[in-house]
Ligand binder design. Structure first.
Ligand code: SER
Length: 338
């Protein structure tokens, strides 16, 4: 009996999952996994869906008994704000969950004899500066700078990048016979993501999307960071295209396993101005929460993505103006009514 070849997406019902499933399902048989039932609209695009916890090893075993996995997009995670409330659980989900999937990737590569591509969304949260002054001084940083994250989520992401590198390049390096793991790990440190279709939950960059979605629903919004707060953001379609672009890149072109990508980096105040231009009635106040502010103040204001542009021709379609005018506003107006 032959198992069905698939691409596995974990966290398929999450913010990124939504966009990724619909793109990936165009040319691949997708197996969508999420902790909760995948909604019918997404599930009809997939070969199969499963509701289950990435910490449940029996569930993962059942999954590989039926499916042959050729690539994994491991999106399931607890985001940065939520992780601070339950750091130990965050570590379980974000680190042990990733280990479980790396192990599964090794086994799958052994079975079918081909490398398993492992796409891992890391984050600007992997960076950390010690103070706002240090952040301002650091400016636009590359992948090797300021790697002292202050959040549990950031620590988890940074460590999982290292695990991916280990599994790809150094797996069981002392074994008598060569132990090529067969895992082809590729990762992107994403900026804060803004989708027209979903509102994130539990993140610390959420003030951007929340502000916009609140205005569209005529709800007042208290922004939890100061007006001058600046971090990189990106429109969701560019994030999805980047994951697919990195997946498709020939391995010999990749000079690293972890890439920055960038698009725009307005301050929270500039973002609010754009929201108000589109929704003049929007009621946005700045009511900083000192502790969430400190997390955002440790994230870079800008990142250098020249390695991604050089190695796999990353290019964002949307700058801030286009993101608002051509992606966010038309779709959000359709969703909530103009
Ligand atoms: N958007 C994420 C968060 O705020 C950062 O990657 O947790």
């Amino acid at each position: 009996m032959r198992r069905k070849p698939v691409v596995l997406i974990t966290g398929a019902s999450g913010e990124m999952g939504h966009g990724l499933v619909s793109q990936l399902a165009k040319d691949h048989d997708v197996l969508a996994l999420d902790i909760k039932e995948v909604e019918p609209e997404l599930s009809k695009m997939c070969l199969a869906t499963m509701a289950g916890d990435i910490l449940d090893k029996h569930m993962l075993e059942r999954l590989v008994s039926e499916y042959e996995i050729h690539a994994i997009f491991h999106l399931a995670a607890l985001l940065s704000t939520r992780s601070e409330f339950t750091p130990e659980t965050a570590h379980e989900v974000n680190v042990t969950g990733t280990m479980n999937l790396l192990k599964l990737a090794v086994e799958q590569a052994r079975w079918h004899g081909k490398p398993v591509k492992f796409l891992f969304p890391s984050s600007i949260a992997a960076y950390g500066t010690s103070s706002l002054e240090a952040k301002i001084k650091a400016g636009r940083i590359n992948e090797d700078q300021c790697l002292e994250p202050i959040s549990m989520y950031g620590c988890n992401k940074l460590y999982c990048e290292h695990l991916g590198r280990y599994y790809s390049r150094h797996y069981r390096q002392l074994a008598a016979e060569s132990h090529v793991s067969g895992v082809d790990f590729r990762s992107i440190r994403f900026p804060g993501l803004i989708s027209a279709f979903t509102v994130p939950s539990g993140g610390t960059s959420d003030y951007g999307p929340e502000m916009l979605h609140a205005a569209a629903q005529e709800a007042p919004y208290d922004c939890f960071v100061r007006e001058d707060t600046r971090i990189p953001f990106m429109a969701m379609p560019d994030a999805i295209d980047a994951l697919l672009g990195l997946m498709a890149a020939p391995v010999e072109k990749l000079t690293t396993q972890v890439y920055n990508i960038a698009a725009f980096n307005p301050s929270a105040g500039e973002f609010a101005e754009l929201v108000k231009k589109a929704y003049p009635q929007a009621k946005i106040q700045f009511v900083p929460d000192a502790r969430r502010q400190a997390i955002v103040d440790s994230w870079p204001s800008d990142v250098d993505d020249s390695r991604a542009r050089r190695d796999w021709a990353f290019k964002n379609e949307y700058d801030l103006k286009r993101a608002f005018e051509e992606y966010l506003l038309p779709n959000i107006k359709k969703r909530y009514g103009a």
